[in-house]
Ligand binder design. Sequence first.
Ligand code: NAD
Length: 307
Amino acid sequence: MQYIVTGGAGYIGGHLVDRLVSEGHEVIVLDDHSAGTYSHQGSRFVKVNLIDSAAVEKLALPAKATIVHLAADPNVRSSMDNVVDHFNRDVTATLNTLELSRRIGAKSFIFTSTSVVYGDAKKMPTPETYKLNPISNYGLFKMMCEELVEYYARNYGIKSTVLRLANITGGRATHGIVPDFIEKLRKDPKSLEILGDGNQRKSYVYITDLIEAISLAIRKSTATYRVLNVGNVDYISVNEMADIICGEAGLKPERVYRNEFGGRGWRGDVKVMLLDTRRIQRLGWKPSVSSRDAVRRAARDLLDAGK
Ligand SMILES: NC(=O)c1ccc[n+]([C@@H]2O[C@H](COP(=O)([O-])OP(=O)(O)OC[C@H]3O[C@@H](n4cnc5c(N)ncnc54)[C@H](O)[C@@H]3O)[C@@H](O)[C@H]2O)c1
């Protein structure tokens, strides 16, 4: 099969490309290298900024390929300040990728949204039917992308799946709390800065479990439009993550809390996140490791890689 993976040089994209190439598929990566630079020799790389509609229109790509659209800027914190750039990387890039899917008659379209579209949900675990009420620009823009994906699915008949991802971690992670803590401990093993009160509690999925979920979503993309939460059955606090990561690093640093946003780590940070994943479980996916083990494995992966 033929796959187009936008953002395929990034963290999740790199792991997905590894998997698709190992299964013998033809994979074309579209990425502008703004954040990721991973490459797999078995894939074809095309450097393109998906915000540039004229450049996207000129791309010669195989008809009827499956498109997995991952390219975005996933940083909640920076979305609160770099608003226009985030809008373009999230929404404009998604519109241009949907136009590409219309032009080539894509077999199916997989879009990675995020749990942060729910905002401060009152219902835990939060089901896909819960009202979307984002509290960050990143969440708002992903919600707008979901609307675009649904509109294209229903009006142009592109079979589409939206995956609302919990926090993803594991080897080669470049962003998120696990690599952040490890980097801070490398710089100063005696102290660890924690953003917020440390009681923020969220669900973590190990990267290989996520790749299984994306793979399943591709195989099951028969519905016109479907939304699936992808998360773990449990969640873990930032303080517990610090215990695990410091334990794996063999360190006992003093913890220094920078609590400037009422317990949140930064403006727009959702404090508690746990997704109801019964819908994707009914399709045949469940995580193989808990949030705690996902964090522990990720810490080991990154420490072993000397990152
Ligand atoms: N990592 C997580 O925990 C997580 C959680 C929820 C949702 N997501 C979503 O999953 C997707 C992948 O996330 P990731 O963690 O791999 O991020 P990443 O930053 O590692 O990868 C994103 C890739 O997109 C590329 N890119 C960005 N803007 C582009 C543009 N305009 N044109 C072409 N390429 C562009 C970057 O160079 C990068 O390689 C994103 O859509 C993100 O919102 C990630």
